[in-house]
Design a protein around this ligand. Structure first.
Ligand code: ASP
Length: 282
């Protein structure tokens, strides 16, 4: 297999076990017990080459939202002037995913009513763009903890790219520039790791792959207690309580944890499939 990696189609959970035992109590990451109701999908790439936006994720999105049809879009990762058009585009995409979705956007809601909107949402869709901007706007509106509480209570959460980054414990391995400062890099943490979207696939671009691995390696050198999961564009992490699966046709995840590097692949052809499944323990 690839140099420096052990190949394994085993549970991500196993790889997180030690890394998840450390800071949870001291800095308030959700505990194993608190994560039991989580129903989330963390998408890496919104658009897969050769497909329309979210085409590769439709089935997984519909499955994650289930009967939840009133979706709150959180599109603060986009520049403010682009948010109206983004909402319209997402409403169109959701009409293709299935009938009955009703999507509103938090950017349309007055500051003093944001908490109410978060409390009444049946599901969250947090779109991509700039991760710092997204996190900063959520802190500014004081709704990050509230979103986290609802997700821990079982309200479905789907993130794409920047929206997936904030599902992790910190936004430590975003590919984005800090357009704005954030009060802290701490994010939702229902994924007991740090997410890295758009991870290059070595079969497609070896140079970019090695560059990304180098950067993640430097990151873990300074944050050795954090597990990092890099997911290629077709991939998604499906989180159901303590079960974390890599789904997406042709997806690969590169996991760095406790000084170990492992590669996890989804099936080569066929339906979105679960290839990892094991309890995340703390
Ligand atoms: N800019 C990415 C996005 O599409 C996030 C990232 O690469 O970290 O949301």
């Amino acid at each position: 297999m690839r140099k420096g990696f052990q190949f394994a189609s085993i549970s991500l959970a196993l790889l997180f076990m030690l890394s998840c035992t450390r800071n949870t109590d001291t800095i308030g990451y959700p505990t194993f017990e608190q994560r039991q109701q989580v129903n989330a999908l963390l998408i890496s790439g919104t658009t897969n080459p050769g497909q329309t936006a979210l085409e590769h994720a439709r089935e997984a999105i519909a499955e994650t939202f289930g009967d939840s049809k009133t979706i709150l879009l959180i599109n603060f990762a986009s520049l403010p002037e682009k948010r109206d058009a983004y909402l319209t585009r997402m409403q169109g995409l959701f009409a293709e995913i299935g009938p009955g979705y009703e999507m509103h956007s938090l950017h349309d809601i007055e500051l003093d009513r944001c908490a109410e909107a978060v409390k009444s949402a049946e599901g969250f869709y947090v779109s991509g763009g700039n991760t710092f901007l997204l996190l900063r706007e959520l802190y500014d509106r004081d709704v990050l903890d509230l979103i986290g509480e609802r997700v821990l209570g079982g309200v479905p959460y789907i993130g794409s790219s920047a929206g997936s980054n904030i599902g992790g414990q910190v936004i430590g391995t975003t590919n984005d520039f800090p357009l704005v400062d954030v009060p802290t890099r701490l994010s939702l943490g229902f994924l007991p790791a740090v997410f890295n979207p758009h991870h290059p696939d070595p079969a497609l671009d070896k140079i970019q792959f090695e560059a990304r691995q180098w950067k993640i390696g430097e990151y873990t050198r300074y944050h050795e207690n954090e597990a990092v999961i890099g997911v290629t564009n077709p991939g998604m992490l499906r989180i159901r309580g303590d079960e974390i699966s890599l789904v997406g046709i042709g997806a690969t995840a590169f996991v760095h944890s406790d000084g170990e590097k492992q590669v996890i692949t989804s099936t080569e052809v066929g339906e979105v499939s679960m290839v990892l499944s094991r309890s995340v323990t703390r």
